[in-house]
Write a protein that binds this ligand. Structure first.
Ligand code: PA5
Length: 450
């Protein structure tokens, strides 16, 4: 049984039930393309069954490797970019205290990230930190050749080998990569690192429920079996039926595509819990890289409320009318905190005395939804009972399935990312990478012209 609820009451004044139901035939077609593996990019549909194909042996191995890295590390550096980074960070940050790194009684290591940028200052600061901490590395790259994580790994490999000696360093590095090819695979074989394989039929942004997400999450001390369980429950509903009424992912895909066709160009994912910030980053990558091609696709953007009500809130309320919001609402906080009474009441807040902050946040959310609807911004709502592994598993699978269906409704291949190569080719040409000699000459002429 799933706990996630998808609600669209605050969209029906922009899009009637009848109009939503008109999408059913198209959703049926997209659903069968997906389930029968007959659509575009069908060689990358391994993610559909990941929650039911993670066998006990693999899960035990992940848990035991995670335990052994945990025991010898104050810090674990997860190296990766895009789909090889965002899923793990989304889950770990959603589940962790924002002040975890300051807690001196931590039993679990602090997970930090590298390879998601090429910033000299970022990596220098990280190396300074690692001078002082016991640490290990998880390096993740499906291709094994992506420049950003490759640079970070070269730097950290040097550092860890100097710090611990080559043999101990190799026991502190785990690589997650392709089963048969790529530079990371070769380096791992040469040094005898433990490795996990990213299945050939699972693309980066759909890999969070493979070892790519599961190992870092287990290292951070969270329950990966619950995460998989939540995803498996959502999978059951998603594959069983294409009915917009019974399959929440189908309903979400139908509505967001209808709104797109009616002129919405931007979907904003809204959170009221700051711990969900990186979940929104994962979501942006999932939808942006899957849908944004052939001059099509909603632009996925995200805000954290109420923080951003004091910045982007103005635009959303009164700027160009091309937006809709998908709001994630968490029904129960993990901690209890109420507004205290104050005898003097100089701040005038006694009307809130005794109310929990959760209630206040809820009213802010409700008030905002109504205000934004009045400002012609349709609002979709996703309710989760609480932020835990099980709910996150449901939410991840919900979005993955909806994204795949949406891509097919749009007529594009949601599983490739040809556009990502453009910047890489220019960067390689500018840096004079061997094999790019002609491009180097051409790009230099372009620069001088400009
Ligand atoms: O979703 C994707 O496929 C991409 O975002 C990749 O995950 C990203 O480019 C990293 O690729 P790799 O894992 O090959 O280093």
């Amino acid at each position: 049984m799933i706990n996630l609820q998808f609600l669209y009451k605050h969209v029906t004044r922009f899009l009637s039930e009848e109009e939503i139901n008109l999408m059913q035939d198209e959703v049926d077609v997209s659903h069968s393309l997906l389930i029968e593996k007959a659509g575009k990019g069908n060689q990358f549909l391994g993610w559909i069954d990941l929650p039911v194909k993670m066998d006990d042996t693999l899960i035990s191995r992940i848990e035991s490797d995670a335990k052994s890295l945990r025991e010898k590390s104050e810090v674990v550096v997860v190296i990766g970019i895009g789909g090889s980074y965002l899923g793990a960070r989304a889950i770990i940050e959603a589940l962790s205290s924002p002040f975890f790194a300051f807690n001196t009684s931590n039993k679990n290591p602090v997970v930090v990230y590298a390879g998601q940028n090429i910033s000299q200052d970022y990596l220098s600061e990280l190396l300074h930190l690692l001078d002082q901490k016991a640490y290990s590395i998880v390096v993740i790259s499906k291709s094994g050749t992506t420049t950003e994580p490759a640079i970070a790994f070269r730097l950290l490999k040097n550092h860890i080998e100097k710090k611990y000696g080559t043999e101990e360093a190799s026991g502190r590095i785990i690589a997650i990569t392709d089963g048969s090819k790529g530079a990371l695979k070769s380096i791992s074989e040469k040094h005898g690192y433990k490795t996990y394989v990213i299945p050939d039929d699972v693309g980066g942004r759909y890999s969070v429920l493979s070892p790519v997400g599961l190992l870092p999450v287990a290292i951070a001390g969270y329950n990966i079996q619950q995460l998989i369980q939540g995803a498996a429950e959502m999978r059951k509903v998603c594959i069983e039926t294409s009915s917009i009424t019974d399959n929440p992912a189908a309903c979400y895909a139908a509505i967001r595509n209808s709104l797109y066709r009616l002129g919405s160009q931007i979907e904003i994912l809204v959170n009221y819990e700051p711990s969900m910030h990186y979940f929104a980053e994962w979501w942006k990558q999932l939808f942006g890289e899957s849908e944004g091609k052939e001059n099509e696709g909603l632009f996925p953007s995200a805000v954290n409320f109420t923080t951003d009500l004091h910045s982007m809130g103005q635009y959303i309320q009164e700027g160009q009318r091309m937006l809709f919001e998908t709001v994630i609402r968490i029904q129960k906080s993990k901690q209890l905190l109420s507004v205290p009474a104050d005898e003097a009441d100089l701040d005038g807040l006694n009307y809130l005395a005794g109310k929990t902050l959760h209630e206040v946040n809820d009213m802010a959310a409700l008030g905002t939804t109504l205000a934004h609807c009045d400002g012609e911004v349709p609002n979709l709502n996703i309710l989760l009972p609480v932020i835990d592994e099980r709910s996150l598993g449901e939410l991840i699978y919900f979005f993955e399935f909806a994204c795949a269906l949406s891509g097919y409704l749009l007529g594009i291949n949601p599983f490739n990312q040809p556009g990502v190569e453009a910047y890489k080719n220019n960067m390689f040409a500018l840096l004079g990478k061997p094999g790019f000699e002609n491009e180097t000459e051409a790009i230099r002429e372009r620069i001088y012209e400009e």
